[in-house]
Design a protein around this ligand. Structure first.
Ligand code: AVI
Length: 349
């Protein structure tokens, strides 16, 4: 059995005081906003998995096809025997493509959801029986301690799915810097980033015909009712996805279709018809902007792949500033300790 137990597994608390704080604060501010991380309870994670299989949701298919096609080139650039560290591994559906190609010495999936983490770690362990797997249950936006067993092994970070797009730019830069610090000198990062494109393709991806994305968004209200003694009339809210051109992002909102009054943990709220709660940003980056983002985050892009439709980017980067630029001087540490991702995610600028 290659799946390794480690002491970083902790019990899961169903009720999270940070959720209460974020919801009460978020509903009290204007515009109202709840950080997107709270979309992912068990049913939110399952609904997101369902989204990735929708005909309208192109990012998963596009990224998978890029990884399959570029696999041997990626392996040539990374070399053998790196430890693959996957940030926010979720169901790890694209991971086998990478692991088959790069012949890793270990696999370290990191995820905040213990259920998904262990299910997918076990599945990958069965697929790659000789590969040591060290799952870490953690919020990858915080400081991380990698397992001792990979202390002296070069690392390849894997951050697929364009999850970086769910952070506003300053938070994305902080996260990339944190990853560089966690992975260390000589590491590489393979990252998936969704591209800017026509709204004819973008909007249906976030407002599908079957209503799965709507259910995913509305699930946060069910979670408030369940976990925070809420009385939110969920049927009075509508899922809204809109393209914010100035910020190059899709935004998800929950809009009140009529005047509503409700309580959350005893606190009273009222919303007028047409008022909305902002629940998620999904930023899109053109190829140049993606490179700039990576450089700001302490990584030098060395290869960039896209799919036939040029919908999505997969970028390989190496840790540190490019040697060719003598003026670059990055501080890897300054930003790292002042992180407040929960607040930054989705709240807008
Ligand atoms: C997880 N993340 C990259 C997804 C996205 O596309 O921004 C979340 C999502 N929200 C609605 N659909 C998918």
């Amino acid at each position: 059995m290659a799946l390794q137990e480690n002491d970083q597994r902790s019990p899961v608390a169903e009720f999270d005081p940070a959720f209460r704080r974020d919801v009460l604060e978020g509903l009290s501010r204007r515009p109202r906003a709840i950080p997107a991380c709270w979309l992912y309870d068990r049913s939110g994670s399952e609904l997101f998995e369902a989204i990735t299989m929708l005909p309208e949701y192109y990012p998963t298919r596009a990224e998978r096809s890029i990884l399959s096609r570029a696999a041997s080139e990626i392996a040539g650039l990374t070399g053998d025997a790196r430890a693959v560290v996957e940030f926010g591994s979720g169901s790890s559906s694209k991971t086998p493509i990478l692991l088959s190609a790069v012949n890793p010495s270990a696999y370290v999936p990191i995820d905040i959801s213990i259920d998904f983490l262990w299910e997918s770690a076990e599945r990958l362990s069965a697929m790659f029986p000789n590969l040591p797997v060290y799952p870490i249950e953690a919020d990858f936006t915080g400081t991380l301690q990698l397992p001792r067993a990979i202390e002296n092994v070069p690392r390849l970070g894997f951050f697929p799915g364009s999850t970086i797009g769910n952070l506003v730019v300053p938070a994305a830069v902080d996260l990339l810097r944190m990853m560089a610090k966690t992975l260390g000198r000589g590491s590489m990062l393979l990252i998936g980033i969704d591209r800017i494109k026509n709204t004819d393709a973008l909007l249906p991806a976030y407002d599908d015909a079957q209503g799965v994305t709507a259910a995913f968004n509305l699930n946060i209200l069910h979670r408030i009712n369940r976990d925070l003694r809420g009385t939110v009339p969920v049927d009075a809210f509508r899922h809204v996805a809109r393209w914010n051109e100035a910020e190059a992002r899709i935004e998800m909102h929950l809009m009140a279709a009529r005047d509503v009054r409700f309580t959350v943990d005893g606190r009273h709220f009222s919303m007028a018809r047409g008022e909305a709660i902002h629940t998620e940003n999904s930023l899109k980056y053109g190829p140049h902007a993606a490179n700039v983002l990576l450089r700001a985050g302490g990584w030098t892009p060395i290869a960039h792949w896209t799919d036939d439709g040029e919908l999505f980017s997969v970028i390989l980067a190496k840790e540190g500033a490019a040697r060719s630029d003598p003026l670059v001087k990055l501080s890897q540490t300054d930003a790292v300790d002042r992180l407040a991702f929960r607040r930054v995610i989705s709240v807008g600028d």
